[in-house]
Design a protein around this ligand. Structure first.
Ligand code: PBG
Length: 325
């Protein structure tokens, strides 16, 4: 054969492949989600997320310092609220001395440069496990948004750098931005879960926080996985309402959405490699069916290649260690 182009030339050695690699993941691409629980000295493994733990504030702070030393620049905080503090209005979410607020302060105190992001949604605080206030059988939008705005202000006042509303209520980004402005919290960013789908892949997360919906499902507020254009509509609205970063969630089954969002907006795009995606790799690796390290690197690189500037992933620490060598 007398070929003009032989594509295998640029694949022939590790050195040449490294030279032409288009996508390179690095620890600062990752957002490490953390589950925080009351008490001290507590580190409980989440049964459906092997190798991942709920920790009390003292051990969380140690973990954050380690993440920082590995080059990870941001953490995303979730708290496990005690049952007796749950109600229908998210009262505990607004407690200036609540677990979330104390966690933010402790982390910023111990590791001031770490970017602290906080989950803003009612489900961990809700007796119903829903992301909003329940009236009858309905998750009511506007009263929920009022609480989300107050919650964001409370997190910002405790020192959060970025609030991350994960609830999918309408109009919450503009409401949060206004509330931050009114309170002169002009340095707090908003990472909007803009295209968050009603997904079965959140199952293990709900075990971690004991936050599974008590009735029904989340399909009246989270998006239908059949839809693509709607993701762009949601995302463009969030950018107009003042979102600093937008997010697509989950990640692996939504790479097309990540790419389309990336092509549609000028703000950084994040993607959430969620609990079920973590659990799938863990389970297959445990069975000896997948090489965990390779599966992690391939998955996270694919999410970045699809267009994610940032990746929230339970594999953040694991991948950072692999990358750092
Ligand atoms: C709830 C919330 C969920 C996740 C992040 N925030 C679960 C849900 O919507 O039911 C899921 C994250 C994961 O599965 O890793 N506001």
């Amino acid at each position: 054969m007398h070929l003009i182009r032989r594509n295998r030339i640029l694949r022939q050695s590790p050195a040449i492949r490294a030279m032409v690699a288009e996508t390179i993941i690095k620890p600062s691409d990752f957002i490490a989600p953390l589950f925080i629980t009351e008490g001290s000295g507590i580190k409980e493994e989440i049964s459906s997320m092997q190798g991942y733990f709920r920790m009390s504030i003292d051990l969380t702070v140690v973990e954050v310092k380690e993440l920082w030393s590995l080059g990870i620049k941001s953490v995303l905080l979730f708290i496990k609220c005690k049952d007796e503090l749950k109600d229908n209005k998210g009262t505990e979410a607004l407690n200036p001395d609540g677990l979330m607020q104390r966690s933010i302060k402790a982390i910023k105190n111990a590791c001031p440069d770490m970017v602290v992001m906080t989950d803003v949604a009612l489900d961990p605080f809700s007796t119903y496990g829903h992301d909003g206030i329940v009236e009858g059988n309905e998750i009511v939008n506007d009263p929920t948004v009022e609480v989300l705005a107050l919650m964001s202000v409370s997190h910002a006042e405790a020192g959060a750098d970025i609030v991350a509303p994960s609830d999918m209520m309408d109009g919450r980004i503009i409401a949060i931005r206004e509330a931050l402005e009114v309170n002169n919290l002009t340095r707090t960013g908003i990472m909007a879960y803009s295209a968050k789908y009603a997904s079965c892949f959140y199952g293990p997360f709900r075990d971690a926080l004991d936050s599974a919906p008590g009735f029904g499902d989340k399909k009246t507020y989270q998006m239908d996985y059949a839809n693509r254009r709607e993701a762009i509509k949601e995302t463009l609205m969030d950018v107009e309402e003042g979102a600093d970063i937008v997010m697509v969630k989950p990640a692996m089954a939504y790479l097309d959405i990540i790419r389309e969002v990336k092509n549609s907006v000028e703000v950084p795009v994040s993607a959430y490699h969620v609990s079920g995606e973590y659990a799938m790799i863990k389970a297959a690796a445990k069975m000896g069916w997948l090489d965990e390290n390779k599966a992690v690197m391939e998955s996270l690189t694919s999410i970045k290649r699809a267009g994610a500037d940032l990746i929230a992933t339970y594999y953040a620490k694991h991948a950072a260690k692999l990358i750092n060598g």
